[in-house]
Ligand binder design. Structure first.
Ligand SMILES: C[S@@+](CC[C@H](N)C(=O)[O-])C[C@H]1O[C@@H](n2cnc3c(N)ncnc32)[C@H](O)[C@@H]1O
Length: 305
């Protein structure tokens, strides 16, 4: 299997089953529009280049474009979405009726990002890492030694992504980036591990993992400064949100939307169906208010070049 095939993809149903992502996405769009409007108010430009990094199927890209156009009438806005998954990029182009450009590429590859971008927007993308072999579903479950090694590797990748963002921005350009910080969705990851440990699924556990990295605020500060952003031009806000999804069925549909392609590489269709049914049953026996409370560890990072 090549790296692109191994890479993590959203399922076909992601756009319909990601209301938590849409909720934070609208806040990120608000911040991005505010930042671009401030740049426009400073004068000197009539055309703005906007990049949605890790755009997925474009579920937020069209809203972002419309919100900017409403705030800056009469200006030319050129929007591009970039994602590792061709399937997602094709969906974005189709959903925007060809008005938004699509690029297939990785934020870890400098050559994937265009130059001279005025606004880089990214929601729920930058905590993804390249494929990585490990026998736990997420790095936070590794033993301390291996966890530390993973964090060092992931930090280097995270710094590379931020360096690529810095280099892609035009002078005075802004980046508005939203992604998870330390401990995000920890109850959900524990529940997945517990279900994978059950008879019938445990044989698959060593080969299923999600290459994520939820940095601490200190790690973020280090990475953005290393990339070249100055202290005065860095804003990092962190806050928690409850999981919007509020029933066992809807939470399971959300999990399925982002995890099914990874499971399908290892499990047959009937095993996948049995797995999500076991997840739903376990959720039905869980205190959902406690499970959902503060599940999202959001970070809204605003950077000016
Ligand atoms: C959870 S989705 C977020 C989609 C959308 N931005 C949203 O907020 O709903 C994460 C996306 O990141 C993309 N992705 C992960 N790693 C990437 C990389 N290295 N370069 C580009 N896109 C990547 C995945 O393909 C996926 O579409």
């Amino acid at each position: 299997m090549n790296q692109a095939d191994k890479h993590f993809h959203m399922s076909e149903a992601y756009a319909e089953n990601s209301s938590s992502q849409r909720t934070i996405g609208q806040i990120t769009i608000g911040k991005a529009v505010e930042s671009l409007a401030a740049m426009a108010a400073a004068g000197g430009k009539n055309c703005f280049y906007v990049l949605d990094l890790a755009c997925g199927p474009g579920n937020l890209t069209c809203d972002l474009r419309d919100a900017i156009a409403a705030e800056l009438p009469g200006r030319q806005i050129v929007v591009t979405g970039l994602d590792y998954s061709r399937m997602n990029v094709d969906k974005l182009i189709e959903n925007s009726r060809g008005e938004i450009r699509g690029l297939v590429g990785s934020f870890f590859e400098a050559s994937s990002l265009p130059d001279g971008v005025d606004l880089i927007f990214s929601n729920e993308g930058l905590h993804w890492q390249p494929p990585h072999e490990m026998d736990e579903i997420i790095y936070s479950h590794l033993d301390p030694g291996r966890k530390e090694q993973y964090i060092q590797w992931a930090m280097q990748n995270f710094k590379t992504a931020l360096q690529n963002i810095f280099d892609s921005l035009a002078d005075n350009g802004v980046a508005v980036l939203q992604f998870g910080n330390e401990g995000q969705l920890s109850a959900l990851w524990r529940l997945i591990r517990d279900v994978l440990n059950q008879t019938g699924f445990s044989g698959y556990k060593p080969s299923i993992s999600f290459p994520l990295f939820y940095p601490t605020l200190d790690q973020m500060g280090e990475a953005v400064k290393d990339a070249g952003f100055r202290d005065a031009d860095i804003g990092i806000e962190a806050f928690n949100q409850d999981l919007t999804e509020n029933t066992p069925e809807v939470i399971t549909a959300f999990l399925r939307a982002f995890s099914e392609p990874a499971l399908r590489r290892e499990m047959d269709e009937d095993v996948v169906a049995a797995f999500y049914s076991a997840v739903s049953q376990k959720l039905a026996n869980t205190d959902l208010d406690a499970f959902r409370k503060d599940a999202w560890h959001r970070t809204l990072v605003t950077l000016k070049k």
